[in-house]
Design a protein around this ligand. Structure first.
Ligand code: AHR
Length: 503
């Protein structure tokens, strides 16, 4: 039987704004060095930024870019990363067992965003692992103060006359994780985050602050952590962070395809926890969510590899977390995007972790080309067509059995209505072998024709784009999708990500 749903302009979830399509650049592996930044590369500009990568990042359509970590930020000394490049110190990075040259720093990050264009927004993290309130204030003064003080004048002396105007700040990273340098209990972190937030607001009332939530839903302290941290910070922060990575555990592809079930439940639980704290505090304020790390990541492979680190070897920009994504991975990533859109009422910020080379949609070779992974396509299409009013989609779908989540819908879908009245349906067929017929009642939407149906699917679900075959997987146009008598009909190919545009 077909999967069905009804769209009505009166039933909306919320607004999907640009910040849902953020990404993340961490000083990790080759994300920065030989990723976005490679002086001497044939396409490098006068700042050492790879223009082939810049072009792909623009095409990807990312907006907010989180920086500089990640686990890296818990050892970050911001002052090492500014001033004349030749005199910046080399440091050991305990998080990734690497040597940080600091050749790329805060000013280069801001330059990178400027070159990306007006849609790019900084999202800076402060170090609350090995540092605290004072250093956060120093960084904020250096970055955002106009001039006439020691640190703002230092920025000017370093060549950046205009303040950076960074609005969005993360108060540390994954402070619940025992692997985090300077890991803390929820109460310890909550107190530090509150005092840092209060001081940062005293210096710059315009900042928007993200408190660290749990590093995953599987953490033993999940939910209790969020409750304690928000008890301490509720009036001082705007967002609480969520991080989630998915992979086919023990080769269980059917559950992997339903990863968004877990992501949507995670969002609902964090919302419930935050609202519970708000209720106890008798507060009208609503904390929103910053899903600032999400992706497919073959985590067990990384964990196994990390055991092999030679303890006396501290390489510069080693190849770390360079996952190569398949068609299946891209369909899951598309479904995770659908999950984020479906919760646009509470998810205010989302960052695909990460941008280049490190669990990334864009890959590069040092001195060589850059190319799009399979996961590039769903992200780019959602970033382009997924802005506007998210319509409330309740699917009536055939189901399948999964080991992790029980019975799951074969169809996962959302729809977004743009300002001009056009509508985009994003849909995933989780059935690995059979096509899925789809019927959508368009009611009073006022759209009458299909302007395009793009699908990402392949006879080989393991197909990937590689250095030698960078164009192996690309989306294709689907024919036969039509609107008649107020109903959209389409056939979703087995294991596919679909973007259906209506006008
Ligand atoms: O994105 C890779 C790492 O995953 C980040 O550094 C950390 O925050 C998370 O555990």
């Amino acid at each position: 039987r077909p999967a069905r749903f009804t769209l009505d302009p009166a039933f909306t979830v919320g607004t999907a704004g640009p910040r849902l399509f953020g990404s993340f650049v961490e000083h990790l592996g080759r994300c920065v060095y030989t990723g976005i930044f490679e002086p001497g590369h044939p396409t490098a500009d006068d700042q050492g930024l790879r223009q082939d990568v810049l072009e792909l990042v623009r095409e990807l359509g990312v907006t907010t870019i989180r920086y500089p970590g990640g686990n890296f930020v818990s050892g970050y000394r911001w002052e090492d990363s500014v001033g004349p490049a030749a005199s910046r110190p080399r440091r050991l990075d305990p998080a990734w067992h690497s040597t940080e040259t600091n050749r790329f720093g805060l000013s280069e990050y801001m330059g990178f965003l400027r070159r990306l264009g007006p849609g790019a927004e900084p999202m800076m993290a402060v170090n609350l692992g090995t540092r605290g309130v004072a250093e956060a204030l120093q960084l904020l003064e250096y970055a955002n103060h106009t001039g006439g003080t020691a640190l703002s004048d230092l920025r000017i002396a370093h060549g950046d006359e205009d303040p950076y105007g960074i609005r969005l700040w993360c108060l540390g990273n994954e402070m619940d994780g025992p692997w985090q340098t300077g890991h803390k209990t929820a109460r310890e972190y909550g107190r530090l985050a509150a005092e840092t937030a209060r001081a940062m607001r005293q210096l710059d009332p315009g900042v928007e602050l993200v408190a660290c939530g749990s590093s995953s839903q599987a953490m033993p302290t999940f939910a209790a952590w969020e409750a304690t941290v928000l008890e301490e910070t509720y009036d001082l922060v705007d967002h609480i962070s969520l991080h989630a990575y998915y992979w086919p555990e023990d080769g269980d592809v059917d559950s992997f395809l339903a990863s968004a079930v877990d992501m949507e439940a995670f969002i609902a639980r964090v919302v419930a926890t935050a609202d519970h704290v708000g209720a106890r505090l008798k507060s009208e304020k609503r904390i929103t969510l910053s899903f600032d790390e999400w992706n497919v990541w073959y985590l067990p492979e990384w964990e196994a590899r990390s055991q092999e680190f030679a303890r006396d070897d501290w390489p510069e920009a080693p190849r770390l977390l360079e996952d190569r994504y398949s068609v299946t991975d891209a369909v899951v990533l598309g479904s995770l995007l659908i999950a984020l859109l479906r919760h646009a009422d509470r998810v205010a910020v989302a960052c695909l972790a990460q941008l280049v080379n490190v669990i990334a949609p864009i890959m590069t070779e040092p001195g060589g080309p850059a190319w799009r992974q399979t996961t590039f396509f769903p992200f780019a299409q959602a970033a382009r067509h997924g802005r506007g009013q998210v319509l409330d989609v309740r699917v009536d779908s055939p189901t399948y059995e999964t080991r992790k989540y029980g019975e799951a819908d074969l169809l996962h879908a959302t729809a977004v209505r743009a300002e001009d009245g056009s509508v985009t349906v994003f849909a995933v067929n989780r059935d690995r072998t059979a096509p899925l017929p789809l019927e959508v009642a368009l009611g009073r939407l006022g759209v009458t024709r299909v302007t395009g149906h793009s699908a990402l699917a392949d006879a080989d679900p393991d197909a990937r784009n590689t250095l030698t075959e960078p164009g192996r997987v690309v989306p294709h146009e689907v024919t036969g999708t039509a609107v008649a008598d107020g109903t959209l009909t389409a056939t979703l190919e087995p294991l596919s990500w679909n973007v259906i545009r209506l006008a």
